[in-house]
Design a protein around this ligand. Structure first.
Ligand SMILES: [Zn+2]
Length: 270
């Protein structure tokens, strides 16, 4: 693959950005996270750093261009008013995602992947369909959707600031993680947990996706330490396995897209 000086749109000249789409790869990844508390042991930027770290490795492997990460995201209702969190309103976030992708399309990018490292399905799905109506091929991926009962990597299903997210942090940005403060967290939903899919779990028939109801208690009233799950189970080795699995899977997806719809070809969405 042709060499490029940098991976991120903002670090390249406009000419380099346009030529990359014309000559090498017209897939652009928009990595998105959030500003959200992640317990006493991990920073409020965990979801941004996870999205950025994964995206850089995927870009190196696949050739995709990286759109700069907006450092704020949308949140399910039960995250609001929790100290450390700065949620964007749903309308703001949907508009932000659509504007970035429509802007990038002007430079010749024809295929888009929104790579999310935070639970913000309520806005990414709406953005994808608005963009589809406007003729843009867009996929929205949430990294934990690749876990699905992956017992090779994790003991527990992924929830929040827990074994999974903290392991990824220990691999990608250990300087921000303090394992001496890692702890076990809480969280009891308003319906039995057996009816709800954890973010990193494979659904069984009849289970509700964790975005399909208002069955979570408000975090600011419920969570003592901001963790759901057990952060003490996190290790760097688990993080490496998770990162490798996601990077390989998304790179594979991009290779498939580029094979079906070669550089310069826009998939016929409209
Ligand atoms: Zn997170």
């Amino acid at each position: 693959m042709k060499e490029r000086r940098f991976l991120w749109w903002s670090e390249l000249t406009a000419g380099e950005v346009v030529n990359w789409a014309k000559e090498v790869c017209d897939v652009a990844i928009l990595p998105i996270g959030a500003t959200e508390q992640h317990g006493p042991h991990a920073p409020c930027g965990v979801d941004n750093y996870n999205a950025i770290g994964l995206a850089e490795l995927i870009a190196k492997k696949s050739g995709a261009m990286l759109l700069n990460t907006p450092m704020y995201g949308s949140h399910p209702y039960h995250h609001w008013y929790m100290p450390g969190n700065i949620p964007l309103s749903y309308e703001t976030h949907i508009g932000l995602l659509c504007d970035i992708i429509q802007g990038a399309a002007v430079s010749g990018y024809n295929k888009f992947i929104i790579l999310s490292a935070h639970g913000q399905v309520s806005t990414t799905l709406v953005a994808v369909h608005k963009l589809g109506l406007a003729g843009h091929f867009t996929l929205s991926l949430h990294w934990y959707d690749f876990l699905r009962d992956d017992k090779n990597a994790l003991v527990d299903y992924m929830w929040h600031a827990d074994e999974a997210e903290t392991s990824m942090g220990l691999y990608l940005y250990p300087q921000y993680i303090d394992m001496s403060k890692a702890a076990k967290g809480g969280g009891t939903p308003l319906v039995d947990r057996k009816f709800i899919i954890a973010p990193g779990q494979a659904p069984r028939p009849g289970m509700m996706y964790h975005f399909e109801g208002t069955f979570a208690r408000p975090e600011y009233k419920e969570l003592d330490n901001g963790i759901i799950g057990d952060a003490t189970k996190a290790t760097r080795e688990k993080g490496e396995k998770l990162v490798t699995a996601v990077v390989d899977h998304v790179s594979d997806l991009i290779a498939d897209i580029m094979q079906r719809w070669p550089v310069g070809v826009k998939p016929p969405v409209k």
